[in-house]
Design a protein around this ligand. Structure first.
Ligand code: HEM
Length: 440
């Protein structure tokens, strides 16, 4: 086997995903029963455990897929296979340290990056090795890059930049000024998300071109326009993350328009691709095809929600409610996770063409995933609307009363969250089995 490290990345990505959804399920149990597991892992720890695990799934899944495609499908000679292994071991060790440090209550970081800022140093080293290996493998070796090579390269470079930026708050110059601190923190998060989107959307275009067996999917004017729009979005589309900071309204409006157009074009690319496939191509890559179509559906749903959220009068009422959570989970599950699952299914089918995608577990898992995600998302929106109503339109209603009123909605979130968790496990276990068995 040429480059096992790419498989290791994907195996650990799937393990992180399964752990992540289990933490998410426990966190939603704590919505209903705040005392549940409070002594061992209270909600303020459960949430970072969940978010760190699912974000690791996105990063490891995208990284492993890129390494795999470069070496196994494109048959490129990696500049340094050893570097991939060092990259993998670095991320693995840092991941373990993060889990242990959360347990010990070491959570000096912020929001999505709740771990100690010191751990960012080895994480940056991993990204640097990835970037060096990537560009040394491709530059001057491959000419006339299709769009996905540009997207992956851009994603890696900007990831390094914004990871550094997201930690500028450790310096007193930023830390001591609330406005500077908030601006840099949320601006960097917006761009940081834009960077992993570059990696993941690049994978979507790669998969579409391979499933259709047509390089033109990744070469037309429209996909390059999409790439530049994504780049502009990555650099300037963060304004909706900084709504609490005073700024000129036009900056926010421009940023919104950019982020909306990006989604419209992605949805259009997937839709056009879907229509251009013949039945044989659809059947041959059936699970990857289905997950890409599901991603398209979620692009539309999130577009609709984001359009609503972009109306200032609505945005004001949604801040600090589950509507924001619906937006972030809707995109990270509905778009990122579906594209990554499409990628992992594609990889497993390349490793093992006999992999039986019609297996009962996978078919049922896919159906359960679609249904429970939709209902889970709708209920998050309902919880958000109810909370917003309490925050702005109810008088003399205590927080505890509002929580009591939300009990049924929280129960629904738990039920469909369990459905979602089960579906992901039903999909991930057969994939893992295939990846691990192949390694022997
Ligand atoms: C691939 C699967 C998943 C991904 C990518 C994901 C992603 C996320 C993200 C990004 C957040 C942070 C939200 C924010 O700060 O706005 C979050 C929070 C959360 N997620 Fe998930 N999630 C996944 C699955 C689940 C599942 C299956 C459940 C429940 C069974 C769940 C329950 C929660 C809860 C309770 C929170 C905390 C929300 C709060 O702060 O009140 N998640 N998730």
């Amino acid at each position: 086997m040429k480059n096992r490290a790419s498989i290791y990345f994907i195996v650990f990505a799937l393990l992180s995903l399964m752990l992540g959804v289990l933490f998410g399920m426990l966190a939603s149990l704590q919505y209903l029963f705040p005392e549940f597991l409070k002594e061992v892992i209270p909600f303020n720890k459960m949430r970072p455990y969940h978010v760190t695990s699912v974000l690791s799934w996105i990063v490891l899944g995208a990284t492993g897929s890129i390494y795999f495609y470069l070496t196994r499908i494109e048959k490129l000679k990696l500049f340094s296979p050893k570097m991939v292994m060092v990259h993998f071991i670095t991320f693995l060790v840092v991941g373990l340290i993060i889990y242990i440090s959360f347990f010990l209550g070491e959570m000096q970081g912020r929001e999505y990056l709740a771990y100690s800022p010191l751990l960012t140093i080895p994480i940056l080293l991993g990204w640097f090795l990835f970037g060096l290996n990537y560009f040394k493998t491709l530059v001057n070796k491959v000419s006339n890059w299709p769009v996905y090579y540009w997207m992956w390269g851009t994603g890696i470079v900007f990831m390094i930049f914004h990871l550094i930026e997201a930690h500028l708050w450790v310096f007193p110059y930023f830390k001591e000024s609330v406005i500077k601190d908030l601006s840099v923190q949320w601006k960097s998060y917006g761009s940081f998300i834009g960077s992993w989107n570059m990696l993941v959307y690049g994978l979507a275009i790669y998969l579409m071109s391979k499933i259709k067996d047509d390089e033109n999917v990744a070469r037309g004017k429209l996909v390059f326009f999409f790439y530049f729009l994504g780049l502009v979005n990555l650099m300037f589309g963060w304004a909706h993350h900084t709504y609490i900071i005073p700024m000129q309204p036009w900056i926010r409006v421009v940023a919104y328009i950019i982020s909306m157009t990006e989604w419209v074009i992605l949805a259009h690319i997937i839709l056009t691709w879907k229509r251009s496939l013949n039945q044989e191509q659809k059947v041959e890559s059936s699970m990857s095809y289905r997950f890409l179509v599901t991603a398209d559906f979620w692009v539309f749903l999130n577009l609709f929600l984001a359009l609503l959220l972009s109306i200032p009068a609505i945005n004001f009422f949604t801040h600090g409610t589950h509507i924001t959570v619906a937006h972030s989970m809707g995109t990270t599950i509905g778009i990122n996770t579906t594209i990554l699952l499409a990628s992992v299914f594609f990889i497993v089918s390349k490793l093992n063409p006999e992999f039986n995608v019609n297996r009962f577990l996978i078919q049922k898992g896919y159906l359960l995933f679609k249904i429970s995600l939709l209902l889970f998302w709708i209920l998050l929106l309902v919880a958000g609307i109810k909370k917003s109503h309490w925050m702005y339109f109810s008088e003399n209603v205590l927080f505890s009363e509002m929580q009591e009123n939300l009990h049924l909605v929280y129960a629904g979130i738990l039920v469909f969250g369990i459905g979602l968790t089960m579906s992901i496990i039903m999909l991930a276990v057969p994939l893992l089995k295939n990846l691990i068995v192949r390694r022997k």
